[in-house]
Each structure stands twice: as structure tokens, then as C-alpha cells.
Design a protein around this ligand. Structure first.
Ligand code: GN1
Ligand code: MG
Length: 379
């Protein structure tokens, strides 16, 4: 299967993708394909199907096996999660459930994924029409709705029945492990990039002690593990284009046991920031207090009973820790030669690391104010 939907092989690619698409339970014939480049991990294509004059769109996705080593287990998780969410939304009598939860399309022989002749795993989603996402949150009201949607998502999963979901990526939010990996990348210096990244390496090194905070508190039993989304970046919630309601949480690959603090922290990192992850003008990269307040307000509206007092006090710190961890991951990938995150140019991961570290700095400067917001909200 060619790897690209653009350039000279585009026609061949479309033909092969269409052949693959026909093996899924979709009515009609494929007529158009577009590449979707929003995520950093999988290869994603939007395909339009025509069925006697009626058009419908589907997402075909090639699962990144370098990142997700065991796609069948990943898909087993996703099927269970989606089924649970649907049942809960039905019991809460929501309208339009097919726009509020991702619809996984099975193959014609009833499986949740397909394996192509090269061993790649493909899955298919029904595309939700009339939605959009935001890379930058432009108002506290939007932030509140987004955070509430992520909060609602984990509230619905709070009574998820056993057996335990598989860990789709080991040690995903284990910050000390992320630091170990950075150390190895520095020592190996496989791409001779350490010199150009020295300032960022120093920045991360000065904050290494923070990395242990959640791991240690968790070991002491102070933080409660729950089913978390684990990748709550703001682009992972879809808004209705007309009402701007936060309708559907997407990207279910890392839904597994974890900490809600990481989910909230990732929201602060992405929705709290005044700029996108790719912003290079670092004076534009900072956390906005009114947006932070809206995030906490929206998130806690759904999840307050799931937090203990110590966890609530750690909400500002969570934003700092997840920004630091994400910066460390970008930096590591830069040093290792950009093998994990999709990049557009050579410096991309280094720039992203700088952006994340600017956020860390901004949170450090505002920590008392952020703490005061949480104290006020929890009164
Ligand atoms: C990746 O899949 P995507 O693009 O939503 C990554 C997240 C990072 C994020 C940074 C499985 O998210 O952990 O926070 O990039 N996902 C995985 O933008 O590693
Ligand atoms: Mg993801």
C-alpha cells in the first residue's frame, strides 16, 4: 500500500484505499479521498462514499504500530469503551447519540479492524458531520464547554465494569520514565543534535525533581487511579458548527487506567495556552487565568466527586507537569531523530519542546494565582 495520498502515486493510493474500504461494512462506492493531518500519530484519510445519490463520509485510519504495539488489544479496549459510552448516553437520554460518541465501523466479516497484505492494521469510523475542532481556545466559555465534555467522558466511564482495560502504551504518563528516555537520547546523541538543544536539555534537567511527584503520591495511595482519557488535547473534542456545543470526545487510543490529574493538566497545556503547540513566538505562549478558571469550572462540574482534596490542590501543578512531560517527549524525539511524532521540518520537535517549556515557565510564574482560583472554586 503506498504511503501517501498526494503526489505522483495519488491515483494508485486512492485505488488501493478504496479496495480496502470495500472490505468494511459501508454502503455505496468510494468517490473521493482527502488526507487528514491533524493528529501526530496515525495516518488518517477521509473518504466519501456515494450510495444511490446519497453521500456519506468515513474515516479510514492506518494504526501506527511503532506507537501502538498491539492493535488487536487496542481495538478490544476501544470497542468496550464505545459500547459503555453508548449505553450510558442512552440511559441519560441524550439525543443524537451517534454524534456524541465515535462509531466504529466493522469489516464485512464483523471484525473491528482489518489487516492488509503488508501487516498494517486499519480501522474505520463513521465521520461525524457538522463539527469542527479548535487548535486555540478563544474564550473562557468555549474552554468551559470543552473541559466539561472531557469531564463528562470520564464520569461516564467511572463505573466501567471489569476486566481492567489493557495498557495500550506502557508507562504513558510516567514522567520519570520519560526523563530516563531523555537521558538515554542525550547519551546516545544519535543525530548529533545535543549541542543545538543544550538550553532545552538544561531547562528539563533543572526540573527533574518534579517528575516524581505523581508517581510517588500514587505509590502512597494519595492519588486514585481511574479510567482516564490520557490525551485530552483540545483538538480531541469536536464542537457542533452551528451551536458550538462540545459534542464528542475523540481519540480513544489511550483510554485506560490513569489519573484524572493528567487529563486536566493536558487541558491546561492545550486549551489554557494562548497559542498552539506549534507557535514559535514564545512571548505568545502562556496560560491565561480566565481560561484556566473556566477549564477548572467545567471539568469539576462533572468530576468534583471523583477528586479528593489533595488531588484538587494539585490541579495547577498538573498543568505544569504535563507541559513539562510533553516538552521532554518532544525534546527526546528531536534527539532521537523524529521517529515518534509526525514533523514538518527538522527543527519541529525542538520548537515544540521550547513551546512547552514556555508554558511551564508561565505556570511557574502564576502558580499562586492558579492556586487561588482552585481554592475559590472549591469553597
Ligand atoms: C500525540 O495523537 P495525538 O496527536 O492526539 C500524543 C500525545 C501528545 C500529543 C502532543 C499516543 O497526540 O500523548 O500529548 O501528541 N499521543 C500519543 O501533541 O503519544
Ligand atoms: Mg492521540
Amino acid at each position: 500500500m503506498p504511503k501517501d495520498a498526494t503526489g505522483s502515486g495519488a491515483a494508485d493510493f486512492a485505488a488501493e484505499l478504496y479496495a480496502l474500504g470495500r472490505q468494511f461494512d459501508i454502503a455505496g462506492r468510494p468517490i473521493e479521498v482527502a488526507s487528514v493531518t491533524a493528529g501526530h500519530i496515525h495516518d488518517t484519510y477521509l473518504v466519501t462514499y456515494a450510495d444511490s445519490g446519497r453521500r456519506s463520509r468515513y474515516i479510514h485510519q492506518r494504526i501506527n504500530q511503532h506507537v501502538f504495539r498491539d492493535p488487536p488489544r487496542l481495538m478490544e479496549n476501544i470497542e468496550r469503551v464505545v459500547r459503555h459510552l453508548c449505553a450510558k448516553l442512552q440511559s441519560e437520554q441524550y439525543p443524537d447519540i451517534s454524534r456524541r460518541v465515535l462509531n466504529l465501523v466493522h469489516t464485512r466479516d464483523g471484525r473491528p479492524y482489518l489487516r492488509d497484505e503488508e501487516g498494517a492494521y486499519w480501522r474505520t469510523w463513521l465521520y461525524i458531520e457538522g463539527v469542527r475542532s479548535y487548535a486555540i481556545v478563544h474564550s473562557p466559555a468555549l474552554a468551559r464547554r470543552a473541559a466539561r465534555a472531557f469531564g463528562h467522558f470520564v464520569r461516564l466511564l467511572a463505573d466501567f465494569p471489569g476486566p481492567r482495560l489493557h495498557e495500550t502504551i506502557a508507562d504513558f504518563h510516567n514522567t520519570p520514565r520519560r526523563y530516563e528516555r531523555l537521558r538515554q537520547a542525550i547519551d546516545a546523541d544519535a543525530c548529533s543534535r545535543v549541542t543545538t538543544a543544550q538550553k532545552e536539555i538544561d531547562f528539563a534537567g533543572e526540573r527533574m525533581a518534579l517528575a516524581h511527584t505523581f508517581v510517588e503520591l500514587q505509590a502512597q495511595g494519595a492519588l486514585r487511579q481511574r479510567i482516564a482519557h490520557n490525551d485530552t488535547k483540545i483538538t480531541n473534542v469536536l464542537f457542533d458548527t452551528v451551536s458550538d456545543e462540545a459534542l464528542c470526545v475523540i481519540d480513544l487510543d489511550t483510554v485506560m487506567p490513569g489519573l484524572l490529574l493528567h487529563d486536566f493538566g493536558d487541558l491546561v497545556r492545550t486549551a489554557g495556552s494562548a497559542s498552539s503547540e506549534d507557535e514559535r513566538e514564545l512571548e505568545r505562549v502562556y496560560v491565561r487565568l480566565p481560561v484556566f478558571e473556566a477549564l477548572a469550572h467545567g471539568y469539576l462540574a462533572e468530576t468534583a466527586p471523583l477528586f479528593n482534596e489533595q488531588e484538587l490542590n494539585l490541579l495547577p501543578f498538573a498543568g505544569k507537569l504535563v507541559s513539562l512531560e510533553t516538552g521532554v517527549r518532544f525534546l527526546t524525539d528531536y534527539l532521537e531523530g523524529d521517529t515518534y511524532f509526525r514533523t514538518a521540518h527538522k527543527q519541529h520537535n525542538l520548537e515544540r519542546a521550547r513551546n512547552q517549556f514556555a508554558l511551564v515557565r508561565s505556570i511557574e510564574k502564576q502558580e499562586p494565582a492558579l492556586q487561588a482560583i482552585i481554592a475559590r472554586l472549591c469553597q
